[in-house]
Write a protein that binds this ligand. Structure first.
Ligand code: ADP
Length: 463
């Protein structure tokens, strides 16, 4: 007789392996702090890239004029124009467009991808209304280019792609200046614009948030992928002294998705990593971000279906198909408060091809979703505390004595309310009730778009 593991004992074993009690969170926060430090003080072999952004003065509020932003970082790219009117009036008008990137372009050539972007940008510029007319004269429309992949910047308006992440595998871009790639595509289209600032989405998010609230010191993105940046003191870091900033501050793009120390990983995480297009890389990203949470749950459910009674004897093909379960499906199932869990049932049917699951099985599915979402949110919170600990230590305890704001953005953060609560829980457990009162974690009002346009303005080539 074949002995089968009971569903309940599988579940409790799984839950203990991905649990995030306070001691685990503390180890993650401490490891994050230490990896941030080693990343910034050593050049080679550090665990975190800690990329200088060349942004050393954030928009002041005095910026005026019309500026464009272009945002490439995930499944969509966005184009935006803003009309700025200085300290009092601020942002008086914005227009934007969102374009989905065809899957084949994410796996195609550099020229194909950038030609597509330039053509969509050109269409958007053609629709520029009267109130957005740029001044006459030999002035090009300026772009803040948010490019959310690891880039080694060489100046505020140039940078070399280190590698693609988040499901992009475009040939020929790694090792090239992405601004040059865009410029060449714009030239092919006879589109007369220029890139004044090349920034990561975390950097444009911090710029946009700081424009409204000067206590913003950290920005975190939790969407398809994840990343964080923060405002760093140049004098505290030997590796940064060459930057010659007048402000003594600069923004560091941590690329924290690459973090991998002390994480409570399961065999499902390890298998997903091995099967991914970038095995061994971006482990923190694979544990906490939107691209992966649904897939981890699918892998757990498939293994449970194979080794326990969860869904009866047959294994539906969809359940064996990678990425058939999406992260938004997790939230849909977690919210189901019907007696018979009918919403869970319809997702199991539509996404995974599982029919007529028992009520008990549906409850188990929700438990698995809860475990993976809870772990993700709590680990993201521990990561934030790692950055806070570094800033606090460097400032000899000053940073956490007063209000400090963490600007958040990204589809996972915005659209999954439980995930958000898990972040806050972890931060307050780690810092204690008193100190965590000073830490404000909030959704960035404008997203990264306006921040990038503001950075184009504050780095304008014309003043
Ligand atoms: P991107 O990171 O691709 O630029 P977003 O910041 O909008 O775009 O994030 C999109 C990601 O957010 C999706 O990949 C998805 O995983 C996640 N997401 C969107 N809606 C939800 C939801 N309701 N619940 C959980 N995750 C969601």
């Amino acid at each position: 007789e074949i002995s089968s593991v009971s569903t309940s004992s599988f579940l409790s074993d799984f839950q203990s392996k991905c649990a995030t009690p306070l001691p685990v969170l503390k180890q993650v926060a401490d490891a994050m702090e230490s990896d941030l430090r080693s990343g910034i003080s050593t050049v080679a072999g550090a665990s975190l890239p800690m990329l200088p952004s060349y942004v050393d003065s954030l928009p002041s509020g005095n910026e005026t004029g019309i500026f464009y932003a272009l945002d490439l970082g995930g499944t969509n790219f966005r184009v935006l124009r803003v009309l700025l009117r200085g300290k009092e009036k601020r942002v008086v008008d914005t227009e934007y467009d969102v374009v989905t990137i065809p899957q084949e372009l994410m796996l195609g050539t550099t020229e194909e991808l950038f030609d597509f972007i330039a053509s969509r940008l050109a269409l958007f510029v053609e629709k520029e209304g009267d109130r957005f007319q740029i001044p006459k004269g030999n002035i090009k429309r300026e772009i803040g280019f948010t490019f959310s992949f690891p880039v080694r910047q060489t100046s505020i308006d140039s940078g070399i792609l280190i590698k693609w992440t988040k499901g992009f595998k475009v040939s020929g871009t790694a090792g090239r200046d992405v601004v040059a790639c865009l410029n060449e595509a714009m030239e092919r289209r006879k589109l007369d614009m220029c890139v004044s600032a090349l920034v990561n989405d975390t950097v444009s998010t911090i710029a946009g948030a700081h424009y409204w609230d000067n206590d913003v010191m950290i920005a975190v993105i939790l969407g398809t992928g994840t990343n964080a940046c923060y405002i760093e003191d140049i004098s505290a870091n030997p590796k940064l002294r060459h930057l010659n900033s007048t402000s003594e501050k600069t923004i560091i793009n941590t690329e924290w998705g690459a973090f991998s120390s002390n994480l409570p990983l399961t065999v499902f995480d390890k298998d997903m990593d091995i099967a991914s297009i970038n095995p061994g890389e971006q482990i923190f990203e694979k544990t906490i971000s939107g691209m992966y949470l649904g897939e981890i749950v699918r892998r757990v459910l498939l293994c449970m279906a194979e080794t326990t009674e969860l869904f009866g004897d047959s294994i539906p093909e969809k359940l064996t198909t990678p990425f058939s379960l999406k992260t938004p499906d997790l939230w849909t199932m977690q919210q189901d408060n019907s007696d018979e869990l009918t919403v869970v049932e319809s997702i199991l049917e539509e996404s995974l091809g599982v029919y007529n699951p028992s009520l008990h099985s549906k409850k188990v599915v929700v438990e698995v979703c809860n475990s993976i979402v809870t772990r993700g949110g709590r680990l993201a919170g521990a990561g934030i505390v790692g950055i806070l600990q570094k800033l606090n230590e460097d400032s000899k305890g000053a940073v956490l004595k007063k209000r400090i704001v963490v600007a958040m953005d990204g589809g996972l953060y915005v659209k999954h309310p439980h995930y958000r609560i898990h972040i806050e829980d972890a931060v307050s457990e780690l810092l204690g009730p008193e100190i965590s009162n000073n830490v404000v974690i909030e959704h960035s009002k404008d997203g990264s778009g306006i921040g990038a346009a503001l950075l184009a303005a504050s780095n304008s080539k014309y003043n």
